[in-house]
Design a protein around this ligand. Structure first.
Ligand code: MLT
Ligand code: MN
Ligand code: ZN
Length: 297
C-alpha cells in the first residue's frame, strides 16, 4: 500500500490567511523555520486499483498535481477511484466540488450522518449529483467496506467529537477514523484526523496497524484561548491535544507502530522546525507530516 499526505494542515491551512500568530508568521517569513502546508487530505492506493482520497480539502486542485495522471486513450482520465470522508467538516469536504468536471459519477464513501449533513445542510452531494453524478456507499461503524476496483478495504470506528458548526445542534454525528487494509498482503494503516478521546479501544486499534496517521491538531488544550481567537478549547472542538497530562503524546509514543501527525493547526508550535515542541515530538519517535510525504507499507 502507498499513502501520500496531500495536505498536512488543519482547517485554514498553514499559514492561515488571517492569522498573525508566531507560527504563521514563521511560515511567511523568508528566513522562517516553518514549511507552509495545505489542508487535511491523504491519498491511498492498494497493490491493485486506483488512488482513493481520504477527505477532500478546499486545496484539492493543487494537491492533485501530486498524483500521477493515468495513461489513457481517452481525453478524460483520472487517478482517483473515490473519496472516503471521515466527517462533514468544511476542510474535509469542500474539495468535492472541485471534482465536478468528472466524466463519470463520483464515488463517495461516508457514514449516513455525514451524507445527511452534506445533503440537508451543506448540499455538496446533491450539487455533485447534478454536475457529474454521484455514487454513495455507506460506511457503517465496525463493518468492512471494499473500495470498488481496488484491493483496499476500510473499517471505520468512532473518534467522537461534535458535528460541524454549520449543522447546528444535530447530535450523534461523530467523526470516524479508518483502518485501511490491503487484502492482497494484509498491510494496514489507520487514519484518524480528529480524535476526541484516546481510549483503550483506540489504542489497541492503533497498535494493530503498522502505521497510524493521527490527529496532531493542537499542542495544548488552551492554545486558541490563550491567543484570544476562540472560546472553544481543543477538546471542545473534538481534538485531544498532544501535550499535557491527558494529552496523546505519551500514549502514541508507547506504540510500536509508525506514528505520523496529520491535521496540524497553524497555531501548533510543532510546525516550527526549530521549536522545543517539535524536538519533543521527534524525541518520542513521532513524525510530523508535511505535504507530499510518502508512506510505503
Ligand atoms: C475541526 O477539525 O475541528 C474543524 O475542521 C474545525 C473547522 O474548521 O471548523
Ligand atoms: Mn478540521
Ligand atoms: Zn496562525
Amino acid at each position: 500500500m502507498r499513502a501520500l499526505v496531500l495536505g498536512s494542515a488543519a482547517g485554514g491551512g498553514f499559514p492561515q490567511w488571517n492569522c498573525n500568530c508566531r507560527v504563521c508568521r514563521a511560515a511567511r517569513d523568508v528566513d522562517g523555520q516553518a514549511v507552509p502546508r495545505t489542508q487535511s487530505s491523504v491519498a491511498v492506493r492498494g497493490r491493485e486499483g486506483p488512488w482513493f482520497l481520504l477527505n477532500a480539502s478546499p486545496d484539492l486542485r493543487a494537491q492533485l498535481t501530486l498524483l500521477p495522471v493515468e495513461r489513457s486513450d481517452s481525453i478524460r482520465t483520472t487517478a482517483i477511484g473515490g473519496i472516503v470522508l471521515t466527517d462533514g467538516e468544511i476542510d474535509h469536504t469542500a474539495g468535492l466540488l472541485l471534482l465536478r468536471e468528472s466524466s463519470a459519477p463520483i464515488s463517495v464513501y461516508c457514514g449516513d450522518g455525514v451524507r445527511n449533513a452534506l445533503t440537508a445542510h451543506y448540499p455538496l452531494l446533491p450539487m455533485l449529483e447534478r454536475y457529474c453524478g454521484l455514487s454513495w456507499t455507506e460506511i457503517r461503524s465496525g463493518e468492512v467496506t471494499r473500495l470498488e476496483g481496488s484491493s483496499l478495504e476500510i473499517e471505520s470506528f468512532s473518534t467522537g467529537g461534535d458535528p460541524p458548526l454549520y449543522v447546528g445542534d444535530a447530535n450523534g454525528l461523530a467523526s470516524i477514523g479508518l483502518t485501511v487494509r490491503d487484502r492482497t498482503d494484509g498491510h494496514a494503516l489507520t487514519y484518524a484526523p480528529a480524535l476526541a478521546a484516546f481510549d483503550d479501544e483506540i489504542r489497541d486499534r492503533f497498535a494493530a496497524s503498522e502505521c497510524v496517521l493521527v490527529d496532531g491538531t493542537f499542542w495544548t488544550n488552551d492554545e486558541l484561548l490563550e491567543l484570544g481567537i476562540s472560546t472553544r478549547d481543543a477538546r471542545a472542538m473534538g481534538h485531544v491535544p498532544l501535550s499535557g497530562e491527558d494529552g496523546t503524546l505519551s500514549g502514541l509514543a508507547a506504540l510500536r507502530s509508525r506514528v505520523i501527525l496529520v491535521h496540524v493547526n497553524n497555531t501548533n508550535p510543532i510546525l516550527l522546525d526549530d521549536s522545543r515542541e517539535r524536538a519533543t515530538v521527534e524525541a518520542s519517535g513521532i513524525e510530523v507530516s508535511y505535504d507530499g510525504m510518502e508512506i510505503e507499507l
